[in-house]
Design a protein around this ligand. Sequence first.
Ligand code: UT7
Length: 329
Amino acid sequence: MSKITAAITAVGGYVPETKLTNFDLEKMVDTNDEWIRSRTGISERRILREPGKATSDLAVPAIQEILKKKNLDPAEIDCIICATVTPDMVFPATANIIGDKIGATNAFGFDLNAACSGFLFALTTGASYIESGRYKKVIVVGADKMSAIVDYTDRNTCILFGDGAAAVLLEANTEGYGIQDSLLKSDGSGVKFLHMKAGGSLKPATVESVLAKEHYAFQEGQSVFKFAVKGMADASAELLQRNNLTGDDIAWLVPHQANLRIIDATANRMGLAKEKVMINISKYGNTTAATIPLCLWEWESQLNKGDNLVFAAFGGGFTWGATLVKWGF
Ligand code: UT7
């Protein structure tokens, strides 16, 4: 029997309509468009403004696009893995809420928290289910409503993040397309540089924790930056090396969109020209678990069957990694 690989057979994405531009932020905190663009590459980001709407409401239209493209009955989905740090609720898992909203009556689901590397970790997990032969159709969705955990009075973080979601469908393939290799890393000693101080079991919510703004994302940007440049570039280079590939063999780098300077450093290390790098940070900012699939969604029409793609990410935890994918449709 030929080996089963997990191929990406469809992509869907969704970003809310409301734009928050650098010029809007100039009116909210002490910052300016030039600083934000030169330090991060971001010009605007999308925000889910409607009250009562949550991360699942970003994920649902992204998955519905896949159902439509593939003419797929949601009851055929076996599993939904939702990568997110902004679940609708602490529990139950947002994946279950998504499953209910799309009518995936036969699917089990769970959330996976690996911050900005969440999509890579979830993709690797979903691929293993397919490769084992146990499941046939797995949805992996990266979705984050970062505006729910961003302090819009903190110029260190509020300029960075945006809301969005994108998903892929994984199906079995016997011609060698799909996820080829994945190199994933975690280092919990990085927690002090990027975390949310309260709301977990360590520090449950109190009036004091709310007043101290401890339910927002905290980041020591410069420290994270140094680890991110090294982590993303090292993982991508190691992935190429252990698969006997060079930059010339790669059609596209699909990097997490946290900072244009981190993306450039990774591309340089892989010996890739800028034309081979998917970059949309300018429009969406850092949408955490959604950045990589949102790139796939936008670039889908330019991808060719057999293209080698490297996905690379670095995020809170610390978590980081790189995944090699042979595009399958
Ligand atoms: O996706 C998850 C992983 N996260 C990342 O990968 C993010 C990694 N970090 C970064 O991308 C960058 O560190 C930031 C974009 C967050 C910050 O850029 P930076 O070049 O590291 O700036 P900095 O924090 O060193 O700050 C430089 C200066 C400081 O002023 P002084 O001390 O030099 O006078 C800041 O106070 O810029 C100041 N500053 C700002 N100025 C205008 C900080 N934020 C702003 C701002 N507007 N929004």
